[in-house]
Design a protein around this ligand. Structure first.
Ligand code: CA
Length: 239
């Protein structure tokens, strides 16, 4: 869904006109197609209409603030994986954490130098390109009941919380959730979960399943996502 002229597009959401103009001017100099908007509502309208290659998003906006915009964009379909650079006037570390928890990829405190901003946007664009390359068909983000899995970002959301999974935990969860109802033997899960040859046994799969259940099940004591199939292995419950 590249624009006709092949330029990469950046959505710039900033209510202060001077900053918005300055940011756009410099991104355009970089050869980017810049779409400026002044509030969160307009941002969501644009984000619902077309795909962007990156987004520069001010935290403090009138009406819908940057965090809400960020979360809404991540829940949407067209730009759920767009790299987002969050701008904020506040320097507190808490803002950084908030920004990243909301799904922003990077963070820049005002006042910032324009060169710094351009460098960060370029880095995001490179990351976005890698992300697209790393997510061929079959590695698309998937939603399974209350769980959302994004393989390109290795991100897992359970209800509205990001959950940290190890590589093995992630692999196991992704294999099962992308094939609901299909039973995987412990050996099959072993092969798909531990990519490199290590000293693991099928017993390790049971331990791993327990750990994943603790992280993604609403009640790990009576799992509804990863089911044990006695004498066979495990499966994700049919949806
Ligand atoms: Ca602002």
């Amino acid at each position: 869904m590249e624009p006709a002229d092949g330029k990469r597009a950046v959505l710039v959401v900033e209510d202060e006109k001077n900053i918005r103009d300055l940011v756009c001017l410099h991104l355009q100099v970089e050869g980017l197609d810049c779409v400026p908007v002044g509030d969160g509502k307009a941002a969501l309208d644009e984000a619902g209409r077309r795909r962007f290659d990156a987004m520069v998003l001010d935290l403090m906006l009138p009406g819908l603030d940057g965090l809400s915009v960020c979360r809404a964009v991540r829940r949407g379909t067209l730009n759920q994986d767009v790299p987002i650079l969050m701008l904020t006037a506040r320097r507190e570390e808490a803002d950084k954490v908030l920004g990243l928890e909301s799904g922003a990829d990077d963070y820049l405190a005002k006042p910032f130098g324009v060169r710094e901003l351009v460098a960060r946007v370029r880095a995001l664009l490179r990351r976005g390109a890698r992300r697209a390359a790393a997510a061929p068909d079959g590695q698309r983000p998937l939603t399974y009941r209350h769980i959302r899995v994004d393989p390109a970002r290795r991100r897992v959301r359970v209800d509205d919380h990001d959950v940290d999974l190890t590589t093995q935990e992630f692999n196991l969860l992704y294999v099962l959730l992308s094939h609901p109802g299909i039973v995987f033997s412990r050996d099959a899960l072993l092969a798909r979960t531990w990519k490199e040859n290590t000293f693991v046994t099928t017993r390790s799969v049971d331990t791993l399943v327990k750990r994943v259940r603790r992280k993604v099940e609403r009640d790990p004591g009576s799992p509804e996502v990863i089911l044990t199939v006695w004498g066979a292995g495990y499966k994700a419950a049919d949806v």
